[in-house]
Design a protein around this ligand. Structure first.
Ligand code: BDR
Ligand code: CA
Length: 310
């Protein structure tokens, strides 16, 4: 099993990402840390504990930073609702977060691990960048960073900046400059990783409580996409599970090794990932940038994971 640490901000698609990570049976999840993004840190932490309790995944959870490095927090309540997981009433969590913070938790786990560990961030990159700056001596213990964020040709918060990058561009810049192999699942691929009503019905028909929660979440989540992303024809872009799916089956994706930097100062483009897709700068690639996915296989992978959970 591949050892991983997940850093997320649930968030509807983050919730599905956790279901895939645990239900696939492919990972040794050493910890889940929480970022402030889709909702405040308070809420993304509470949501993480509730989802993990629902799916019976009792792994250490560490609270992350409340705010980005230098900016005020921007949340995505317009997509994820007031709770961050609108659409499902989750039962109270059965366990609590660890007492130490995410950065310290990640450091301890990496220091004690005999194997290298892959980090899977699906929210703003504040915690991961803070860790890299605080513990440069442990960088070599990270195998890879497989993240959801950015885009080659588009954004969703501004015309060029995707939400996770937009919230904390300085942190994202630190991560892309770290010299660690990165897999980037940005909007180019995640807008092809679409779930339709028939897929939601499939998840519900599995008949367990995880399937019911997945369906309830996606039904609410789809409303935003139906109203605001008409080119998806009623479907919703299921972003975050892509970062896990690539680790399970990279062959499901089309990608290219590219040099990627994050714009932090641009007047119009702060938070944009600047992806040298045609290698015009002749720099050594730092990221495997995904831009297409076999959608049918993705849905099957998700359904199989949900079937394995309570
Ligand atoms: C990203 O932003 C969040 O709203 C989602 O959870 C995903 O991580 C998509 O831009
Ligand atoms: Ca997310």
């Amino acid at each position: 099993k591949l050892p991983i640490i997940i850093d997320c901000d649930p968030g509807h698609d983050d919730a599905l990402m956790l279901m895939l990570a645990f239900g696939s049976g492919m990972f040794d999840v050493r910890a889940v840390t929480t970022s402030a993004g889709n909702q405040t840190q308070e809420k993304t932490l509470a949501n993480t504990l509730k989802i993990l309790s629902l799916i019976g995944a009792n792994v250490p959870v560490y609270r992350g930073s409340d705010t980005p490095f230098f900016r005020n927090l921007v949340i995505a309540e317009y997509v994820h609702g007031e709770s961050g997981l609108h659409g499902v009433d989750f039962a109270e969590a059965t366990f609590k977060a660890e007492s130490i913070m995410a950065v310290e938790g990640i450091a301890r786990i990496l220091a004690e691990s005999e194997e290298k560990i892959t980090i899977v961030p699906t929210g703003p990159l504040t915690n991961i960048a803070a860790f890299l700056l605080a513990f440069p001596n442990l960088k070599h213990k990270i195998e890879r960073i497989s993240l959801m964020g950015g885009g080659i040709f588009r954004g969703n918060m501004t015309p060029l900046a995707e939400f996770n990058m937009y919230v904390d561009p300085e942190a994202a810049s630190v991560v892309f400059k770290a010299g660690i192999p990165i897999t980037m699942c940005g909007l180019d691929v995640t807008h092809k990783a679409v779930v339709y009503q028939k897929d939601i019905d499939l998840f519900r028909s599995i008949g367990n409580k995880t399937g019911a929660a997945a369906a309830g979440l996606l039904e609410f989540y789809s409303v935003f996409y139906r109203e605001n992303r008409i080119e998806l024809e009623g479907g919703a872009a299921l972003h975050d599970p892509c970062a896990i799916a690539w680790l399970i089956d990279p062959g499901m994706f089309t990608s290219r090794a590219c040099f990627v930097e994050v714009e932090t100062k641009g007047e119009l483009t702060s938070g944009a990932t600047v992806v040298d897709f045609y290698n015009v700068m002749n720099r050594t690639p730092n990221a495997e940038v995904c831009y297409d996915i076999n959608r049918e296989n993705y849905i099957e992978l998700l359904a199989a994971a949900i079937r394995n959970l309570p």
